[in-house]
Every structure is written in structure tokens, then in C-alpha cells.
Design a protein around this ligand. Structure first.
Ligand code: GLN
Length: 351
């Protein structure tokens, strides 16, 4: 791994199939993006509904880009530990698809964006439908009901350590206790799911299982390792080990694109175009398919519960590093032209 400032200029980043970026140029792009992203931190807030998360320093920001070919690029607080929170729903989904299969999983949860907050109960009450998707709280709890009879939290933790190449990942006890004392909404969701026959396991056990997974510790670097495996269709590029079928990887990536940022998923897809899953611990797990895994950490959140500086950082680098799913060489130019147009209209007092 190479820290920015210690990289050899001229080394290539991302993938030879794409127009080559010189590593020194990539460093410069990331450095500028970090500066712009940091400006957003005062507009965000750390999560306080889980009191332990409220203790985090909002000024932290870090990123690791883990290309399928070449060394990692990392900057800022890339090795700081934080809790996965909703990012773990990608791991729950992978494990559920691998162990239970697609049919059982999608009998419990849907595949559609919710357009609601991550901890919403609305859709569960007004219809007899299942949770909209597995990447919101209701969906994660439904998956936990499916997984609980199959494996223990220790099994999930072991899998997480392996897939993230992070032997130090563990459950953060303080975050777990803090969330368990303040989880009325999740408890309500879980009982509602039981009333609809979606959770058939013991509700309190299911809630504890879910909250333990949310409390697993991680780093931006660990998330970039998981992202790289997803980008590589389920196979670790370094060891050749397959962690999931390519079908599972594809389902996870697609749901990350459409549902990974809760009710901010659509605008994030337009502005950034990289399948991403967020967590209220400030983590972002991103996958630039066939190119790179990306992990970001920035605990100041926007109103939707997504890392405010992390999103800005990804937005700034997505096009310049060609990580966007729908890369458009004209994108920045168009934005500049649009800004210019708006400026000139304003100046001529038309608006
Ligand atoms: N543990 C958190 C919760 O259930 C996770 C939510 C999130 O990261 N958006 O509320």
C-alpha cells in the first residue's frame, strides 16, 4: 500500500483497459477532492441517536482506492476504526444469498428503492408488503431472521474478517450496548415483521444479532478490500479465493446502486455513479466494477444519514478517475459550461 505523498510518479492506477491515468495525477485529483470534501464537514453532524456514535470526531475523513491492478491509494484517516452500521447489510445480503439462495431471500425482502428514511416503518404498516429492499433497517432485520437459524454471530465475524482482509475486525461492545439501549425503532420494525410472518425467529435474539453485525469495527481500507472483491465478481485478486458466486456479487452491486444510499440513492447515482453502501458510522463501501474497491470514512452525516464529506469526495473523484459507471468525458466540461451560463444569466439580472 502506498500513502499519498509517498507514491512513485508515473505509476498507473485503475486498469489498462481504460485510458491510463498517471499515478501522480491520481494523487493530485484525490488531494484536491479531499480539500473540497472537508469544506462540507461543517454542514453535517455525527449520528447521535446511538449515543456512542455521537462521540466520534466529525472532522475525520479518509479514503482508500483499491484498484484491481496496482497498489492502493490512500489518504487521510484511512486506518481509523469505526463501526460498520448499515454497511454490514451488504455482508448480510451476500451471506444470505450464498446460504439460503435467491428465492428464499427475495421471499423476505424486495428489490426496490424505498424512497423513505433508513429506519422507516411506513411501508410495513400501510400494506402487507415485505421490506422494500435488504439495505434498509427493515430489510436487514428480515435477513437476520433468515440467517439466525443458520449461523452464529461468530461465523459472520469470521467471514467479515476474511472478506475484508481485516483480522482485527471485532464487535465494538460500547457501540453495541449503546444501540441496544436506544433501538426502539428497530425493535418496533422487528415486531412488526414478526406480526407479518416475515421474522419467525425470536424477535429479541434477531434484534441482538442484527445490532451485533452493525457494531462490527472496520476501516476505510478494510471496506476497500471488500469492494475490490465485489468489483472482481466475488474473487480476491491477490489470492484467487472465491468468496461468493458472481451472481451474488452482481445482485449486491445492483442493489447498492439502486438502494445503497436510502432516499438519497437516485441523486447519488446521478452525481457519483458508483454503487455504494453507507452506514451511520460514517463508512461508505463503493464498487467501481472491474476497476476498484473503494472505502471511505467521514462520520459527519447529511440529513439522509450518509457521510456528507464522503459523498462529496466520491463525487469529485468519480469522473476524473473514471470510476463512474457511466463515465462521460464531457461531464465536467458540461458542468463548467452550465455554471458559466448560470453566472452570465445572473449577471444580466434575468434571474
Ligand atoms: N445500526 C443502525 C440502525 O439500525 C444502522 C443504520 C444505518 O447505518 N443507517 O439504525
Amino acid at each position: 500500500m502506498t500513502e499519498i505523498n509517498k507514491m512513485n510518479p508515473g505509476e498507473m492506477v485503475i486498469d489498462k483497459q481504460y485510458k491510463l491515468q498517471e499515478r501522480s495525477k491520481a494523487e493530485e485529483i484525490i488531494r484536491k477532492a479531499m480539500d473540497l470534501a472537508r469544506e462540507q464537514i461543517p454542514n453535517g453532524k455525527v449520528a447521535t441517536y446511538i449515543p456512542e456514535l455521537g462521540k466520534m470526531d466529525p472532522h475525520q475523513l479518509g479514503i482508500v482506492i483499491n484498484p484491481l491492478k496496482g497498489d492502493k491509494l490512500c489518504a487521510g484517516d484511512y486506518d481509523v476504526r469505526f463501526t460498520m452500521q448499515s454497511v454490514c447489510k451488504v455482508i448480510m445480503l451476500i451471506v444470505a444469498l450464498e446460504i439460503c439462495g435467491r428465492r428464499k431471500v427475495f421471499a423476505k425482502v424486495g428489490m426496490e428503492p424505498s424512497g423513505e428514511a433508513f429506519d422507516s416503518l411506513v411501508e410495513l404498516d400501510v400494506s402487507d408488503s415485505k421490506p422494500y429492499n435488504p439495505l434498509i433497517n427493515s430489510g436487514g432485520l428480515a435477513l437476520c431472521g433468515l440467517l439466525l437459524p443458520e449461523l452464529s454471530f461468530q461465523d459472520i465475524l469470521r467471514f467479515t474478517r476474511n472478506i475484508c482482509s481485516d483480522p482485527d475486525a471485532e464487535m465494538n461492545e460500547a457501540a453495541y450496548d449503546s444501540e441496544m439501549k436506544n433501538c426502539s425503532r428497530n425493535r418496533s420494525i422487528a415486531y412488526l415483521l414478526e406480526s407479518k410472518g416475515i421474522i419467525t425467529t425470536d424477535v429479541e435474539d434477531t434484534l441482538r444479532f442484527y445490532t451485533k453485525m452493525c457494531s462490527m469495527s472496520t476501516t476505510a481500507e478494510s471496506l476497500s478490500n471488500l469492494g475490490a472483491i465485489l468489483a472482481n465478481d466475488g474473487v480476491c485478486g491477490d489470492t484467487g479465493k472465491r468468496f461468493m458466486s458472481s451472481r451474488t456479487a452482481r445482485i449486491a452491486k445492483t442493489l447498492m446502486l439502486t438502494c445503497g444510499m436510502y432516499d438519497g440513492s437516485g441523486s447519488f447515482a446521478i452525481k457519483v455513479g458508483i454503487p455504494t453502501k453507507s452506514g451511520v458510522g460514517g463508512g461508505l463501501l463503493s464498487v467501481s466494477d472491474k476497476r476498484a474497491g473503494i472505502g471511505v470514512f467521514g462520520p459527519a452525516l447529511d440529513t439522509q444519514g450518509n457521510s456528507i464529506a464522503g459523498c462529496k469526495l466520491l463525487r469529485e473523484i468519480s469522473n476524473d478517475l473514471r470510476l463512474n459507471l457511466f463515465y462521460d468525458p464531457e461531464w465536467n466540461k458540461e458542468t463548467e459550461e452550465e455554471n458559466e451560463l448560470i453566472r452570465s444569466i445572473r449577471e444580466s439580472h434575468v434571474i
